[in-house]
Design a protein around this ligand. Structure first.
Ligand code: ADP
Length: 286
């Protein structure tokens, strides 16, 4: 599946412009991490890609055809976990998935339901009512319904919210596995979620794309802009965005990103998190 986003802008009826002239190409197989602070426009982009919203201007093409003409075809191939996913509290996990399978038009869904329950590690809760589940378990039910029917395009809007670190690792691996033969788009503001599994990262901020490329390219872009210094030796901190501050027995060790590093800052290899903070801080400073 190939998706082409051309000059897409989105303004809500309130007048809020959530996306500005976006251009982006996505193609399977791929696991794409959509990173950005809260309010950046990630959910809006995902809603546009799932045809839950229509762009105010610009076009989205799916396999070369306008999305407006491909809506049903796209929805038949799509698994979507929205951010505010309402669950049917009084149903059991299996009953809910059976309901979702019916909406997706799956015939004889028993095996498919069993398989997604297994994938999200919820076998023990298959017969439990959704209202009795923990936040993380509910999130897993949301992920399971998105994966029902083996869709070729998966959109997960902040799927790891509410999951503990061990569960997050499990799901990262699951997404990575799913992306071997699919297009998987994962929105998050947790860098570790994309660091280990995404082959492409798109950073979005205030409705615009700041970066699109591989994690290695993102790190490369921050080289020479990340360093450490002792706070007591710092002549000034203007223009420095301090990203870590550790109290040690020798004093306070700071890590910072900056467009130009002052001489008292000793350059260091950027991490993906540094690179992200560098991109975002540059925008904030403007
Ligand atoms: P993110 O998913 O990155 O947190 P969103 O796409 O949810 O960002 O939001 C982008 C911007 O659009 C924010 O300023 C948000 O307040 C605004 N917004 C989102 N949904 C609506 C809506 N239904 N009506 C008006 N403004 C909205």
């Amino acid at each position: 599946m190939e998706i082409k986003i051309e000059n897409v802008s989105m303004t809500y009826p309130s007048g809020k412009q959530a996306l500005k002239e976006l251009n982006l190409d996505l193609g399977s197989p791929s696991l794409i991490g959509l990173l950005g602070p809260n309010g950046a426009g990630k959910s809006t982009l995902m809603k546009l890609l799932s045809a839950a919203l229509m762009p105010a201007s610009g076009s989205i093409y799916v396999d070369g055809h306008p999305l407006s003409k491909m809506e049903r075809t796209l929805k038949a191939q799509l698994g979507y976990l929205p951010q505010d996913f309402g669950l049917f509290d009084e149903l059991t996990v299996t009953q809910f998935l059976d309901y979702m399978a019916a909406l997706k038009g799956l015939r004889r869904p028993k095996n498919a339901i069993r398989e997604v329950i297994r994938q999200v590690n919820l076998e023990e809760k298959a017969k439990a009512r959704i209202r009795t589940l923990s936040g993380g378990q509910r999130q897993r039910v949301g992920i399971a319904q998105a994966m029902l029917g083996n869709p070729s395009f998966l959109i997960f809007d902040e799927p790891t919210v509410g999951l503990d670190p061990e569960e997050r690792i499990h799901f990262r691996n699951l997404f990575s596995h799913a992306a071997q033969e699919r297009l998987v788009l994962l929105s998050t503001h947790i860098i570790e979620d994309v660091q280990s599994v995404c082959d492409q990262i798109v950073v979005i901020h205030q409705g615009s794309i700041l970066f699109s490329g591989t994690p290695a390219q993102m790190i490369q872009a921050a080289e020479g802009h990340v360093g450490v210094f002792w706070e007591q030796e710092a002549a000034w901190e203007e223009g420095l965005h301090i990203t870590a501050r550790v109290n040690t027995s020798q004093g306070i060790r700071c890590r910072a990103v900056a467009k130009e590093l002052p001489s008292f800052v000793q350059p260091e290899e950027p991490s993906l998190e540094d690179a992200y903070l560098y991109l975002i801080s540059g925008e904030v400073a403007q």
